[in-house]
Every structure is written in structure tokens, then in C-alpha cells.
Design a protein around this ligand. Sequence first.
Ligand SMILES: *Cc1c(COP(=O)(O)O)cnc(C)c1O
Length: 420
Amino acid sequence: MTLSQSHAQALDAADPLASYRDRFIITDPTLVYVDGNSLGRLTHTSQERVQAVLNEEWGDWLIRGWNRGWYEAPQRLGDKIGALIGAAEGQVIAGDSTSVNLFKLATAALRARPGRTKIVSDRLNFPSDLYILQGCVDLLGNQHTLHLIGNPDDVTVPLETILDAIDETTALVSLSHVTFKSGFMYDMAAITAHAHAKGALVLWDLSHAVGAVEVELDDCKADLAVGCTYKYLNGGPGAPAFLYVNKNLQEELRSPIWGWFGQDNPFAFDLHYSPAPGIARFQVGTPPTLSLLAIEPAVEMLNEVGMAAVRRKSVLLGDYLISLYDEFLAPLGFTLGSPRDATVRGSHVSFRHPEGYRINRALIDEMGVLPDFRAPDNLRLGLTPLYTTFGELWEMTQRIVQVMEKEIYLKYSDERTAVT
Ligand SMILES: *Cc1c(COP(=O)(O)O)cnc(C)c1O
């Protein structure tokens, strides 16, 4: 079938997940929101839950709330997130930010591999992750070196390149499972197995993977992972993150931050720290309860749908968007900044253009399209299977074509806003 609006409508009509769009608050149906990989939309159930938490729980229960479900919320939510990423119960806990969780787990891992000095990551990784790793090296006395794997095309990394970099001196491999700019997805099982054969630990950042692709942490024998909840988990701006520590490592690893929520019995108020058994030892202080509780309904919804169905639609959306690119955008000077092969692609697609920044501004300010821009030239389009429609991708493409053909982007300054 040739690409057309009616073809897009037919794809939506055949979509088994189409009805989930109604679960989200959509105030402007003409807005094409393709930034759910940076800030997911709000669900009706989360909105209701937050109202109830404010009015009934905090408002009425007051401090009694801690014994009515607040205290267990980090582990309860952790287990529900665990169900999305192939982690059996007792290995995931919610709280702190992704950056802080990465710091805790990277430091714990490096200290568990004394004498090994190499940390392996790559140039596609999210800068905050690299800063955290640099900070760990500094904190631990500059005994480690951070080895960053280059990549020929800024889009993918050949598996052999990463495997070759992991050797007997490697303490830790720290990678984003799905990279933030190109959406390239690593082979978690192969890298983990290879790292283990060399005696190294692996720490995965699942920020662009959780709720977007199928992740099987336990099956891959993963060691450690962290991830974000405000992207594909729709947890809200700055919502607390999560961390995963495989059961087999929980007793061996020590968090570098010894707070009372990671203590064996916080309400014994013992003057000496002894770590809680299990995953709770990686907590620090009182969790941000309002934000935590806001995440839960959307995570439950994703569990209800199942990640296999979510992934199936994500791949269809990605392949469809790339076919629109081939037909309409490649002739206008865009290049594909993401893998064409869906088996190594997450749930966003980047198109590159030298005028990417100004094109992005024009789309946001006057075309009713909300993507984001990632320097130097990536227009990044997030595909969120529970609310992105094929019709929207068709419409968005036509609006991008207009921006180019009418040279609307030329009106805009190349001066960058604080958040792009
Ligand atoms: C979004 C994202 C983060 C965010 O970290 P915060 O601590 O929440 O600011 C970290 N790492 C990766 C790979 C991300 O995509």
C-alpha cells in the first residue's frame, strides 16, 4: 500500500492497543506529541491517584500514612517496575534520581572489584552517566580509567568493538541499553555474558528502555541496572528513578551512602549502621512519596498491556516512521540518525539535519509538533505505543515537509533555549 493519510488511518484502525490512548489526558488533540521519551504524558488514573493522595492520604491520614502503604511504596513500586524488565521480586527499588542511583551502584561495583582499573562505556552514553563515572574515578582516588568506546557513525556500536574493550583489567561496564540520541539498542545478553567471562560487572542504564522495549534482566543474568520513570513510565517531571541489584550480589555490595532507610531497622534508631538485608540497603533517606505514588498507576497499566504487545506496536511505529522518512524527508536533506534495523532500535527515531535546531523550534512554536532536539543536529521523535498513533506520524511528517518547503525555520534564531 502506498503511503497516504487513509493508509495511516487503516493502520490505526487495525491497532489492538488503540483504545489505550483514551487512558491519557490529551488536552489538545491536534498536538503531535513525540517527546514521550523525555516526559511521558499524564494518565487519568495518575491524576486521580495524586488527588486522592493529597486529599485522603496526606490530608486526612497525616503521619499514619507511613503505616498505610507509604513506607513499602519504594519496594512495592520497584517490584511492579521489575515485572516490566524481567526482574523477579526483591531486586528493584524506586527512589532517588537515575544519576544518584548510578553513582551508588557504580561506586559499589568498583569497590567490589579491587585491583581492576578499567571502566568501559561509550560515546553514545548520556553525558550525566559519564559525569557520574568520572566522579566515581575521582572519589576513589583516580585509580581507574574510563575507557570510552568510539563509534564510526554516531548511531550504532558494533558488538565486537564493545566485547574487545572488555578484558581482565575491567571492573565495570556501564552502558545505556538504548542510547539517548540514536536509539541504538545493545545486546544485553551477549555483553553481560562476555563481561562475566572476564570477571567484570555490568551496570545498565534502562532510562530509554523501560516501558519501551522488552528487557529480561534475570534471564540475561544482569548484575545491576538503573532507570528513569518520567519517560516511558509516565511518572511525571523529575519522578524518582529505580535501581536493580541481582539477588546474588545484594549481600556483597555496599552502597556508598549509608542512610537510615538503608539501615537494618530504621526505627530502632541504633547509633551504628548495619545494612538492611536485600534491596532496601540501596535506599538512602525518606522517599519522595507524592511523586512515588504518582508513578504506580501507569506502571500497572503497562503491566496489564504487557511489554511484548507494547514492543510490537513500537516496532511498527518505528518502521512506519522510517518509511515516511524515506518517502518525504530524505529528499529534503534529512539523514537517518537511528538504526534502520528494528532489532537494534529502541522506541525513538532521530532524523538529522544541519538546520535541526531551527526546524525543531518552528515545529514547536507554530506547527503543533513537540519533538526534541539533541545536539548537534538530531530531531528526536519519541514513539510511545500507548498513545502515539500512525495518523499522528503521518500528520507530523506533512508538517515537517511544510516547514522545509516554505522555509519556515529560517525565521528562527539558532540561539539555544535552556532546555532543548
Ligand atoms: C533521562 C536519563 C537520565 C536522567 O537522569 P536524572 O538523574 O533523572 O536527571 C540518566 N541517564 C540516561 C541514560 C537518561 O536517558
